[in-house]
Design a protein around this ligand. Structure first.
Ligand code: NAD
Length: 465
């Protein structure tokens, strides 16, 4: 898109905020422009990017499909530890697809440019580092690491290899979150002071009880490799393999799985490097299926006053047995308004109110408890001091922004990754950004399991002991 066109759209967004009209049609138009331009890009054989995906579960297929919406991208091979998923990948992408249960077979191939890491959390860091050291660009699913202690080494590997590296929290590329950031920076809600963010779910699949295939066994699953980096080894258990999220040994609980999305969105919009203090509580309230992580978890996270933003508080909650049904929200509260966001494919509403200048008198007040004479004198004085227009809270019409119906933030996140590979532009979610979102999310687990407040040095990305 031309710079002029971008400027125009940007200006349009801001002026629409001021007049409080709906942003729907503008959002759709802007998105459409970007899509058209992307589709028109001519790709020469030299520009072709050849990718391979490690971990062909739900996200492996979703990420691969999102990657393939970018022009000039070709899938060469996949790795997975369950034979059925390798067979499925051939059904979907063609019988000539290279498949293996050892990701090293992919990263050592000279004809592969980029690796998507879509395994369970326990493997993200090792595969990403190995792939970067083998000269591959890497798109790693979130959370970037399984343990906070892995973060700095991964950042270092990226710095040393200079390989393009993007973490897969697609809301960082979401059209709605980017527009919300623009509005926030334009002062739409005044001075930020707090954020409430949550995921509510009320179904077994949402609580990670995914379907297990009938042919699962030690013959079809490479269980030894799956748990090879776990401290304690246990006998094969299909639930531990196919529902790994429920076990801390391989997953990161609701904090690493979902708080990290919330924090990524919050850091994008506020420009924050991260919080300074983290405390969380949790319960295993309903899904008592052998899991060792809570199904309801809340955290209070404090962000200090920095050059990027004033101090603000964040409350995070995931509830897998919520009578509220299914919903996700991020409510950014400022002194003069609220940005109320849904998921990354949705949109947001800005509600705006301004504090009245007059302090108020009467109503739910102590005024009526004084003598008639006192009340009259106080009211006379008040009315003299405060004109009518200063007495009420100023309310503005809502601003509503909606992403286009078929919008998919992952497609944009991958487009950004491939642009960086081709043109050397910066990725939107590099290792530092990814770790600064992952570490406080994982610190929520440490706080809950160790019953302590965690102090975090967001600038240097270190736990303060
Ligand atoms: N960005 C998002 O919105 C989003 C959504 C869902 C999941 N995720 C992330 O994607 C990742 C995958 O989640 P999922 O739901 O697809 O899990 P899944 O269980 O469906 O798939 C994971 C696959 O990884 C494979 N695997 C594990 N270790 C491996 C190894 N060493 N080598 C090769 N393959 C290996 C397993 O065999 C399995 O098939 C998780 O880290 C999760 O946090 C991200």
């Amino acid at each position: 898109m031309s710079t002029d066109r971008r400027k125009f759209l940007k200006h349009l967004g801001t002026s629409v905020l001021l007049t409080s009209a709906s942003l729907n049609s503008f959002a759709a138009r802007e998105e459409n422009e970007i899509r058209l331009l992307r589709a028109q890009k001519r790709i020469t054989p030299n520009d072709k990017i050849r990718i391979a995906t490690v971990g062909m579960g739900i996200m492996g297929f979703n990420d691969t499909n999102a990657a393939l919406t970018s022009p000039g991208v070709e899938l060469v091979g996949v790795a997975d530890l369950y034979k059925g998923r390798l067979a499925r990948a051939k059904e979907v992408y063609g019988a000539s697809l290279f498949t293996t249960d050892d990701y090293r077979d992919l990263i050592l191939r000279k004809d592969i440019d980029a690796i998507i890491v879509a395994t369970s959390d326990n493997w993200h860091s090792q595969i990403s580092i190995d792939a970067m050291r083998a000269g591959k660009a890497v798109y790693s699913e979130k959370p970037m690491v399984h343990q906070i202690s892995q973060g700095l080494a991964e950042i270092q590997a990226q710095k040393e290899t200079k390989m393009v590296f993007q973490v897969g929290s697609q809301r960082v590329s979401s059209i709605a979150y980017r527009k919300a950031k623009e509005m926030y920076e334009a002062g739409a809600i005044g001075k930020i002071n707090s954020i409430e963010a949550s995921f509510n779910r009320q179904d077994a699949l949402g609580a990670w009880q995914y379907t297990i295939p009938l042919d699962q066994s030690v013959q079809t699953v490479n269980w030894a490799r799956f748990q090879s980096n776990a401290k304690e080894k246990v006998d094969y258990d299909p639930k531990r393999f196919f529902r790994w999220r429920n076990y801390r040994e391989y997953g990161t609980g609701v904090a690493g799985d979902l708080f990290v999305h919330l924090l990524s969105g919050i850091h994008l919009i506020t420009g924050s490097k991260g919080p300074e203090k983290i405390y969380s509580i949790g319960d295993l309230s309903y899904w008592k299926d052998g899991r060792n992580v809570p199904d309801v978890m809340s955290a209070v996270v404090h962000y200090g006053d920095t050059k990027e933003h004033p101090a603000f508080q964040v409350t995070l909650r995931v509830n897998f047995v919520s009578g509220d049904g299914g919903s996700s929200t991020t409510k950014i509260v400022g002194s003069e308004g609220v940005i109320d966001l849904g998921g990354e494919g949705e949109g947001f509403t800005i509600r705006k109110n301004k504090l009245p200048e007059a302090p108020g008198i009467g109503g739910w007040d102590s005024l009526f408890t004084y003598t008639e004479a006192q009340q009259k004198a106080l009211l006379d004085d008040y009315n003299k001091r405060w004109k009518e227009d200063k007495r009420n809270r100023q309310k503005f019409p809502d601003v509503v922004y909606k992403a286009p119906d078929d919008y998919n933030a992952s497609n944009d996140h991958f487009a950004n990754f491939f642009d960086s590979m081709r043109n050397g532009t910066k990725v939107v979610e590099d290792a530092v950004f990814g770790f600064r979102a992952a570490a406080p999310a994982l610190a929520c687990n440490d706080s809950y399991f160790e019953n302590k407040v965690v102090r975090w040095d967001a600038h240097n990305m270190k736990i303060i002991v």
